[in-house]
Write a protein that binds this ligand. Sequence first.
Ligand code: FNR
Length: 418
Amino acid sequence: MLGVYTSRNGPQPLGTVVFEEIEEKAKEKLKEYPGAFMYAAGNAGTHQTYRANRRAFEKYSIIPRMLVESTFRDIRVNLFGKTSSAPLVIAPIGVQSLFHPEGEIASAKAAQALGIPYIMSSGSSRTTEEVAVANGGGERWYQLYWPVPGTKEITESVLTRAKAAGFTALVVTLDATIFGWRTHDLNKSYAPGRHGLGAQIGISDPVFMGRFGKKPITQTKPQWPYQPDVLDKKVAEGDEEERERALLGAEWAKECNTHFKTWGDLEHLREFWDGPLILKGIQHVTDAERVLEYGVDGIVVSNHGGRQLDGAIPSLCALERICKSQRIKEAQRLGRLTVLFDSGVRTGPDMFKALALGAQAILLGRPWLYGMILGGQAGLEQVIRHTLADFDNTLALSGYPNLVDFQGKANMVLMKLD
Ligand code: FNR
């Protein structure tokens, strides 16, 4: 089990365990690059779904039990046949060099140190191979945006590389077919992909680069700090390297801008990827049940943290509805489907509630990102450690010391407020 946070001198390196304070400090740290901070913190539309995600946790209360022997709490979990030190996964977050010079290298190293799975975004600012080296012997999953990439041959090339680099599971994100209505980015024309920052998956790919008669890059040149205005100026002044990067970035964006995928398209992915296949962004019970027909191994109940469809159902409410389905329950019981959850998790009790409602593990997003902004790998590790310490504390005080005591047992351990 991960060591719980025990220091009495204040948590290091962030100095606080309070999410809102960490977020505020991250904003301050990036004050010269407000576009980058808003890209992290921003949500779609009027931020209705973002707020609703958080508020949903207050609708459920834990009913504690007393006089339970809880000296030892075991939070290890088996996910797709591998033991993880906690039911927590590093959610995929793209273009991490916007936020810290080490970007994905720092987060991949942290996940290995913590013994939890790492999901690499296909919008990564480092190549698949570089992230794999940083993650070493860690458990890593590869996230693919759909419909990215557009063509079968590039999809296959990208997945073959992921497989060769030791990514065991494929996470296909379904709720970001196009960008959400993110007013803060729209108002400032802030597009992190404009200078090829999130195009490393393409420019490191032999099939994509072959189209232009070029060799794929094997090592990324960190673009830190990322200042689109400065880069625009460089391109306008004829800087060859920046011009080429921007052009290839634009070509990659075109590659990604293709038709919407539908259920039938899953068959190709299922045939091609022989490891666990997980669909991220499932919110409707009918969709959750339908995945069972396609040999899918897992779902992430998620609304992208409220960054995509504003007004969408709070993720925790979607989880409750999905996990009440008898077909889903049966598939979970038989080990045919693993239900994961994200959007709005900030504390140990939040994790407890989602697990009680039926999730088998949680993906954490912005909390770790802010930790990384402030303290790189060490900052990220602190966030995960204190979140897990809070979770461990919740298990002790509620009298449910093992995951089996409460996972999927909402009707016994939670009360829903009206
Ligand atoms: C994301 N998310 C995301 N999801 C995904 O599947 N691929 C990606 O590349 C990204 N990129 C990304 C960037 C940033 C800056 C954020 C904040 C989020 C969504 C992410 O995986 C997760 O679903 C949400 O972050 C979960 O919500 P919370 O924990 O941030 O509330």
